[in-house]
Design a binder for this molecule. Structure first.
Ligand code: 4NP
Length: 155
């Protein structure tokens, strides 16, 4: 089982979108039984809330559901998950500041080659959920390609 946690600031816009898109790609690849997928935020302001309406709308447009409720990342997540994937550099430093853990921490857009952008822009401020979806979609495919052989090997 490969456990993957996507992390942003509020856990209502970017990381629930990444979680939902990655889960859809995993399902299409027939690998649902090999993965546990979740998301969390580095901040607690929105704990318990559903994803932002903009995130739910763009996912729905692409035929993907989202029933995630926001939660805050805890130190234990860095031991529970194999991969912790940050949406931007600030998220990544905040995750690393929790300290230790066995999870491999990465930045989401590292997994998509040639995008020319390092951070997933925050649609909470930009309002551009379509731009974020395109980046998330590219990186989800890249991340799955990178970690799926390991999932196969553990079967
Ligand atoms: P997210 O976006 O980190 O992609 O979920 C944000 C959501 C809420 C806030 C900031 C960013 N906020 O300040 O409330």
């Amino acid at each position: 089982m490969i456990r993957v946690l996507f992390v942003c600031l509020g856990n209502i816009c970017r990381s629930p979108m990444a979680e939902a898109v990655f889960r859809a790609r995993v399902r299409e690849a027939g690998l649902s039984d090999d993965f546990e997928i979740d998301s969390a935020g580095t901040a607690s302001f929105h704990v318990g809330k559903p994803a932002h309406a903009g995130t739910r709308a763009i996912l729905a447009k692409h035929g993907i559901g989202c029933d995630h409720r926001a939660r805050e990342i805890v130190r234990d997540d860095l031991d529970r998950f194999d991969h912790v994937v940050a949406m931007d550099g600030q998220n990544r430093s905040d995750i690393e500041a929790l300290g230790g853990g066995r999870a491999v921490i990465s930045s989401f857009l590292e997994h998509a080659a040639g995008l020319g952008v390092r951070d997933v822009p925050d649609p909470y401020y930009t309002g551009n959920f379509a731009e974020v979806y395109a980046l998330v979609d590219a990186a989800a495919i890249g991340l799955l390609a990178r970690i799926r052989p390991a999932a196969r090997g553990l079967k």
